[in-house]
Write a protein that binds this ligand. Structure first.
Ligand SMILES: Cc1cc2nc3c(=O)[nH]c(=O)nc-3n(C[C@H](O)[C@H](O)[C@H](O)COP(=O)(O)OP(=O)(O)OC[C@H]3O[C@@H](n4cnc5c(N)ncnc54)[C@H](O)[C@@H]3O)c2cc1C
Length: 455
């Protein structure tokens, strides 16, 4: 009997387990999923309880199964939910979908363990001992699906922000946002999709709250159009192109050409999506670093868009003067007990009931305090990728350990693969990774890839 242990039961872990169960039917392969939260299928991304938090990808593109694109739409129809393929479902609904998907495929070979995994230790004869808060289990292969790591601590030039009642370290803590006073004045640090979610909850719940969304650039995500672009505008980039600046020029040229033909820029960005991983892998580390420094923010703002309903709500909050979006970033934050005096770099001052960290996940393994990541780094099993975007790994997720050894039986998927692939955090990529991984792990042991290779 072989056992695959999956650490993390968010979308990545759930889809890996589902695909494993599907592909290994009739075998004795066991799947164990370890999840510290009470339910499998939510993860950080889909655990929100606010129904106004919508998916940022259309329903038709969010099927959990790569080979069944209509699977989510069919599920929504069966559930009697609005199943518009080009619409955007609430994220909480998507969590229900993932939960159902896994439950339907469970033929008795799935074990759910409600625990935090604290350590993964290689066994002498191969495989691993997985130590969780509820005990030890053994596995032949471990899949690290720990997903989005917590945000880094907010800081200013004066150092990290103190622990204080007004300092909310996680924008994903919807209950903490809702518990703020009805007339609260709130500073959100960050202006991406995480800050958009927080603003929707804070301003949608209470009519007199006021919010300042502050980031270095002051750029908010663009909106999805209600109807998807009918054209996917892709002109191949030369195989010789291997610099971030050339890529940026190529995208701008395509946007201009598309516009000249009356085609929206979104068609270019969406058309690039299937090429992004390959283009990223062509860049060396210096060029990847250049991309991060010079172009990543523009790319992210164009690529990760708001559902139209969310964008309309945000525009309305801005128009009525309850939401202010400001560039420049935080200057200083002075603790006044129940409130904080926040001085922005442009000199503006806000007396805030709360300062909320909306900077998004911090993927750098050397900066996280997540106990498992710390332990695996100490063991030398996991190391940061050269740019601090995730775990060092092959594009197929096999981790590269401290000695440069590629481990066939220790695999990451989803967000931790960002250093290797760049485009890896959303469901369309994750479901493909989960299916590929499950296909490999479902093969009989002797048919699988030969042993460890040194990098
Ligand atoms: C707020 C938000 C909204 C998003 N919306 C979309 C969207 O609309 N569409 C889209 O395609 N993508 C979206 N994404 C991208 C998202 O990263 C992926 O869709 C996907 O949910 C990632 O799943 P994951 O399981 O890798 O990570 P996560 O969602 O972060 O889940 C990881 C899980 O692992 C568990 N875990 C971690 N460490 C341990 C441990 N040591 N022991 C036990 N359990 C552990 C956590 O408790 C968590 O449940 C969103 C991301 C965020 C943060």
């Amino acid at each position: 009997m072989r056992t695959v242990s999956i650490v993390g039961g968010g979308a990545s872990g759930t889809l890996t387990a589902a695909n494993l169960l599907r592909m290994s039917r009739g075998t004795d392969l066991r799947v164990v999923i370890h999840e510290r939260a009470s339910e499998v299928g939510r993860g950080l991304a889909y655990s929100t309880t606010d129904e106004r938090h919508l998916l940022n990808v259309r329903t038709r593109d969010m099927s959990g199964l790569a080979d069944e694109p209509g699977h989510l739409v069919a599920w929504a129809e069966r559930e009697g939910l609005p199943a518009d393929p080009i619409g955007f479902l609430p994220r909480a609904t998507y969590a229900r979908y993932l939960t159902d998907l896994l439950t339907d495929l469970d033929d008795g070979r799935l074990e759910r363990r409600h625990e935090e995994v604290l350590d993964v230790e290689p066994r002498a004869g191969g495989g691993y001992v997985v130590t969780g808060s509820e005990g030890r289990t053994e596995a032949d292969t471990v899949v690290l699906a720990y997903g989005n790591l917590p945000s880094g601590r907010l800081s200013t030039d004066d150092g990290p922000l103190p622990d204080a009642a007004w300092h909310l370290p996680s924008a994903w803590d919807v209950a903490a946002l809702r518990a703020l006073p009805a007339d609260a004045r709130v500073v959100l640090v960050g202006s991406g999709l995480t800050a958009v979610d927080a603003a929707i909850t804070l301003l949608g719940d209470e009519p007199v709250r006021e919010v300042w969304m502050v980031s270095r650039t002051g750029m908010v995500p663009h909106r999805h159009l209600p109807l998807p672009c009918s054209t996917s505008w892709v002109r191949p980039i030369s195989d010789d192109a291997r610099t971030a600046d050339v890529y940026a020029v190529h995208v701008r040229e395509q946007v201009d050409r598309a516009a000249a033909s009356g085609v929206c820029w979104r068609s270019v960005i969406d058309g690039m999506r299937g090429l992004t991983q390959r283009l990223w892998q062509r860049l060396d580390v210096t060029e990847r670093r250049r991309f991060l420094a010079a172009h990543a923010r523009d790319w992210e703002v164009a690529r990760h868009r708001m559902a139209p309903e969310v964008a309309t709500a945000i525009e309305a909050f801005r128009a009525t003067g309850r939401l202010h979006v400001l560039g420049g970033g935080l200057g200083s934050v002075d603790d006044r007990g129940d409130t904080a005096t926040v001085t922005l770099r442009d000199g503006r001052v806000v007396v805030a009931d709360a300062v909320v960290n909306c900077t998004g996940p911090c993927p750098d393994l050397d900066r996280t305090s997540m106990p498992l990541a710390v332990r695996l780094r100490e063991r030398g099993l996991l190391r940061r990728d050269p740019l601090g975007l995730g775990a060092d790994c092959e594009p197929d997720g096999r981790v590269i350990d401290r000695d440069g050894v590629v481990r066939d039986d220790l695999v990451v998927l989803g967000p931790p693969r960002k250093g290797a692939l760049w485009e890896t955090t959303a469901v369309p990529e994750i479901r493909a990774q989960a299916a590929d991984l499950a296909a490999r792990l479902s093969e009989p042991a002797d048919a699988r890839r030969p042993d460890l290779a040194r990098r």
